[in-house]
Design a protein around this ligand. Sequence first.
Ligand SMILES: [Zn+2]
Length: 558
Amino acid sequence: MAGEFDIGEVFHLPSNLKLNFEYGRIGLDKHRMLLLHAGAFGSLRVELIDTLGIERARGVLTRMGYASGKRDAELARKLMPTMSDEDVLMVGPRLHSLEGIVRVSPIRTDIDIASGHFDGEFLWEDSFEADVHKEHFGIHHESVCWTQIGYACGYTSEIMGKFILFREADCAGKGDRQCRIVGKPADDWDDAERDLSYFKPDHLADQLLKLQNEVENLRYSLDDHFALGDMVGRSQAFLDTCDLLRKGANSHVTVLLLGETGVGKEMCARALHSLSPRANSAFVAINCAAIPEELIESELFGVEKGAYTGAQQSRPGRFERAHGGTLFLDEVGELSAAAQAKLLRVLQEGEFERIGDTQTRKVDVRLIAATNVDLQQAVNEGRFRADLYYRLNIFPVLIPPLRERVDDIELLIERFLGKYATRHGKRVSGITVPALDALKKYSWPGNIRELENMIERGVIIVGNDQRIDVPHLFPCVNIGRRESAMTGAIDLSGGSSPKGDSLRDMVDNALEQSTSFEELEALMLETAVERAGGNLSSAARMLGMTRPQLAYRLKKRN
Ligand SMILES: [Zn+2]
């Protein structure tokens, strides 16, 4: 049949195929056609596969071929109104050849359009798509003539009025000598599911949006869940602590967080809360050392109107506000004797009274306490109640100091760089190798808080698109003496000699610049308070003095 007519004559090609070079149009009947480089199509194919993956690219190309075949079928019907559908059907292969795609010859055709029967087998010689695929990707393990299959399906289905699925039994793209295709109604194939899936458009944009939402939600729930924000690390010490926190989170037990100042106790407390069944209730934090001794009781337990001069309003304390949730008591070692007694009662009975009130109130609060003093020693010295200590010390978690988490320093720097570059609107390129080295060797008396402050300072000082360097991080150090002073600071834990040297350097330096003793003292006091994040007890410990002594000196200076 197909060989019985000349496609050029049937299509009246001399009159219907218009090559209008002057107007940049090639027309077949009223349809605008394109003369494309097969190589350009090859590039598109590569791009599709690279961006969408091979399965999605195959789908896109198959559907493109289908659309093309369907249009050709419509065109053929229009141009050959007197021809039977069976004959129009056989024009498809000729058109496919005419368009330069592939040379098609029928092997077997058993077709009855009226009854919907279709069984066809065709030989494809010199497939352009197999060529293009092999050129870019080599021999494939499956057939590769996806647009061509799409075309065959599109053309045939349009004429048949039902979906006819073609498959490549052989394909030059997978190493066969030529391509050979077989077509049958979709239902007549046993395992057509995968082939059929290429004809269904998948809305990648929707899926991308959905995935993007999922990522956002995950990121949110991660941050939220762990409140881990700045809690990053991979060191064993850090991972062990996280493990312990997770285990503690599942119970209602009181947790006691131990560790030096600045190790991130509040962050751990928040993480514990978010991992616990109370995550959706309040997390209330209070730093006992930051509140004057005479006010701590009213802060914790609330106050009734008229309880004392100045108590003009009744107000709930932190325990009431944390009802159903978690209360974090930082610096619990600083509590007054009266507050300690009241705290013990809440822990034992779950009840208390507001100051100046007779009504007993009940609360359901999970307590997390933290301290950087040796509570056992405080007990021995009579400053802390032994019974309260045992109540608090049921599930102690020691948070390692930063100097034992050297492996985490780089991650923490990355985190803080991102955080403060955003906050201060800077573009920072990172940190220099010497600066990173210096930070890894530093002894970190102020722990993570000190590192965070240092990185923030570096971000503020460094120019846009620059890397943070040693002088940005240690600006107090005289440049000429940087090396020796740095070494001294770095080796604080390593022995007394470098520290002695650097101290001597510092004193030499101060005397050379006629620095007064008062200035030096002021600088030490201020720096200690800054490093302790305003916590006078910690600052006093750094300076080797008591909190009242430090408070007195600061007051005197002001
Ligand atoms: Zn092929």
